[in-house]
Design a protein around this ligand. Structure first.
Ligand SMILES: NC(=O)c1ccc[n+]([C@@H]2O[C@H](COP(=O)([O-])OP(=O)(O)OC[C@H]3O[C@@H](n4cnc5c(N)ncnc54)[C@H](OP(=O)(O)O)[C@@H]3O)[C@@H](O)[C@H]2O)c1
Length: 262
């Protein structure tokens, strides 16, 4: 691991991104912290800076705005912060019937989950290829493996993410650049799912601590990258659905995701 270069973490103010920041600072890796909540980022930076010998940069950005990923990459390059790890993690969910969720919110999600990921990856990969080292962790989701009624846009953006990330991994492997496609199931964070209902049916197993998710992702990065579905019940679910017709899987997923009938 190169200690003079930075790891960029989007969504570092909370949950999985916050745990990535802590874990990397502990390993001696300098970090660039990105999210909208500037106060939370500064608090985290002060805490990590006091505990570890690393450089910490705070860059508040709203990545759901068109072109924000490119603007962030330009700002990082203008500050001459060499970046060899990119963790595309920032995200939110929106549950409900697609046509009832405001279109603007769904377009925000596309910008945040997809455009920002593409813009940041496109901006930083060329230097990683030149250095013959680097790492990308794309935080997708277990929902990426099946269509999911009542969570359709979220699952579709994550399906894009998983597909793109796994394809990119193969392109970058010959250059020594590692890609982790991280697909967590329920994780105990502040994850915002707009339109969620308290008494909706949930997948069994209970939420997983984000520290465990991050540990598995970093272990995979250390070993060369790959697809990570944390926790064995989640692995089993993803594996088992390959033996069912896709329409059956979609029906089952929508039944789980649907709001309770009045
Ligand atoms: N928790 C789960 O059950 C679960 C399961 C599977 C996958 N995931 C994925 O894990 C990732 C991290 O989520 P989490 O569970 O850690 O939730 P979280 O605690 O809510 O963290 C989400 C992070 O994204 C940032 N963010 C949200 N909108 C943003 C925007 N427009 N611009 C910049 N940053 C933004 C938030 O910061 P600000 O609000 O300060 O901007 C926050 O730091 C997401 O991509 C999510 O889809 C979560």
């Amino acid at each position: 691991m190169n200690h003079s270069r930075f790891a960029l973490i989007t969504g570092a103010s909370s949950g999985i991104g916050n745990c990535f920041a802590r874990a990397l600072a502990e390993r001696g890796k300098s970090v660039i912290l990105v999210a909208r909540s500037e106060d939370k980022l500064h608090r985290l930076a002060a805490e990590l800076g006091g505990a570890h010998q690393v450089r910490i940069e705070v860059m508040p950005f709203d990545l759901s705005v068109a072109g924000a990923g490119k603007a962030l990459a330009d700002a990082i390059k203008a500050r001459r912060l060499e970046t060899d790890w990119v963790i595309n993690n920032a995200g939110f969910g929106a549950r409900g019937e697609f046509w009832k969720i405001p279109l603007a919110r769904q377009l925000d999600m596309i910008h945040l989950h997809l455009n920002a990921m593409m813009e940041l990856t496109h901006a930083f990969v060329p230097a990683m290829v030149e250095w013959r080292e680097g790492g990308i962790i794309n935080v997708s989701s277990m929902t990426s493996f099946q269509p999911m009624g009542y969570f359709a846009m979220y699952a579709a953006t994550k399906a894009f993410m998983t597909s793109f990330s796994m394809g990119l991994a193969e392109e970058l492997r010959p250059y020594g650049v590692r890609v982790v496609t991280l697909c967590p199931g329920g994780t105990r964070t502040n994850f915002v799912v707009e339109g969620d209902t308290a008494n909706r049916r949930r997948f069994p197993g209970g939420p997983q601590p984000p520290e465990e998710v991050v540990r598995e992702a970093l272990a995979s990065l250390d070993q060369g990258g790959g697809l990570v579905v944390p926790r064995w019940p989640n692995k089993l679910t993803v594996f088992a659905q390959r033996f069912l017709p896709r329409e059956t899987v979609a029906k089952m997923a929508a039944r789980f995701s649907a709001p309770p009938r009045p």
